[in-house]
Design a protein around this ligand. Structure first.
Ligand SMILES: Nc1ncnc2c1ncn2[C@@H]1O[C@H](COP(=O)(O)OP(=O)(O)OP(=O)(O)O)[C@@H](O)[C@H]1O
Length: 318
């Protein structure tokens, strides 16, 4: 037992090597004496450099999670950290610096992302000005800031909009300029909550390509909340949230056929196993097999069998 306790002490902490780590996150909202548990012990790890999507039914807790990661809201319990910053213990000053330097966000409402009376280039320079004392890699002079703004707008293919105000730009151009604003201070993480929600599918595709550009060219970690199946299908990893918890995860990878050499994208769905060993079984599986309250488990050499409670265990040879 002592050895087990020592092992536990020397074991690396949960999510120690992740850029985003949410550990049993809980967020309870109380309004008029009614409690809503928007997050109910959510676990999520995101590695540096990932481009991933979060999906889930309306009300499952996606926006609540994004607001916490954006530093706009605080969890009721649990632990959360982004790029080494502890989101529960940050003071007001650190929180402000966190929102300016560590995370960038893009919201669904195109109007929420840009100031209407500034041009695209001015919108991009504003976060750099607000940052105050620049870091070692931050642009120092006014000229350097405006050069960076033009560079970012160019990378996102809206250089021609630099002198236009938001109302002189299409919805898609506004969202691309919004991505440039979010990237202005070179954040570690780019968060986007339904960024293509107000756009047609062709424009949505272009916006998604812009996130991919940011991820590939700048190495920014990108987390996108989306209802859009086409967007969710484009990323390597999609995590589904159900009732305030991560429930399933789809990983996609390219496989090469050994004989034909042809490449194909293979998607695999996984259930999440939490640290307490809890596993959420899909309702369609449990219902069709009449599983309720308790199930029988059988440990096999390379898998675990889950059976309805009235199943007779398979006799094992002696
Ligand atoms: N400020 C708040 N006050 C009270 N309840 C809230 C608040 N914000 C969210 N909720 C509740 O928390 C739950 C999760 O909401 P959330 O907005 O995170 O879901 P969502 O998955 O983003 O939904 P949608 O896809 O519709 O945006 C819902 O039941 C919602 O009503």
């Amino acid at each position: 037992m002592e050895r087990r306790a020592a092992d536990r002490r020397t074991r690396p902490a949960f999510g120690h090597d992740a850029l985003i780590s949410c550990d049993r996150l809980v967020r309870i909202f109380s309004t008029d004496g009614v409690e809503v548990q928007a997050l109910q012990g959510l676990d999520l790890l995101v590695r540096e450099g990932e481009l991933m999507a979060l999906v889930g039914a309306s009300g499952s807790g996606k926006s609540t999670l994004m607001n916490i990661l954006a530093g706009l809201d605080e969890p009721t319990a649990g632990a959360a950290s982004v790029a080494g910053r502890d989101l529960l213990t940050m003071g007001a000053k650190e929180r402000l610096a966190y929102r300016r330097e560590v995370v960038g966000f893009v919201w669904q409402q195109t109007a929420r992302n840009l100031l209407p009376y500034l041009t695209a280039a001015q919108n991009v320079t504003l976060p750099m000005q607000l940052r105050g004392a620049p870091g070692p890699d931050g642009p120092r002079s006014r000229r350097a800031r405006s050069e960076r703004a033009v560079e970012l707008l160019g990378m996102l293919e809206v250089a021609d909009c630099r002198d236009r105000r938001p109302h002189q730009m299409s919805g898609g151009q506004q969202q691309r300029a919004a991505i440039a604003v979010a990237l202005a201070n070179n954040p570690s993480v780019l968060l986007a909550d339904e960024p293509t929600g107000e756009l047609d599918s062709h424009t949505a595709e272009q916006i998604f390509a812009a996130f991919r550009t940011a991820n590939e060219q700048l190495g920014t970690t990108v987390v996108i909340v989306t209802h859009d199946q086409a967007v969710a299908g484009e990323v390597r990893r999609t995590v589904a949230i159900r009732d305030g918890r991560t429930s399933t995860e789809v990983l996609r990878r390219t496989e090469v056929d050994a004989t034909t050499g042809e490449e194909s994208l293979v998607a695999r769905e996984y259930a999440m196993l939490d640290r307490a060993g809890r596993l959420q079984l899909p309702a369609e599986y449990t219902e069709s097999l009449g599983m309720r309250d308790r199930v029988l488990l059988e440990r096999e050499e390379d898998h675990i069998g889950v059976w309805p409670a009235d199943h007779s265990p398979t006799p094992h040879p002696e």
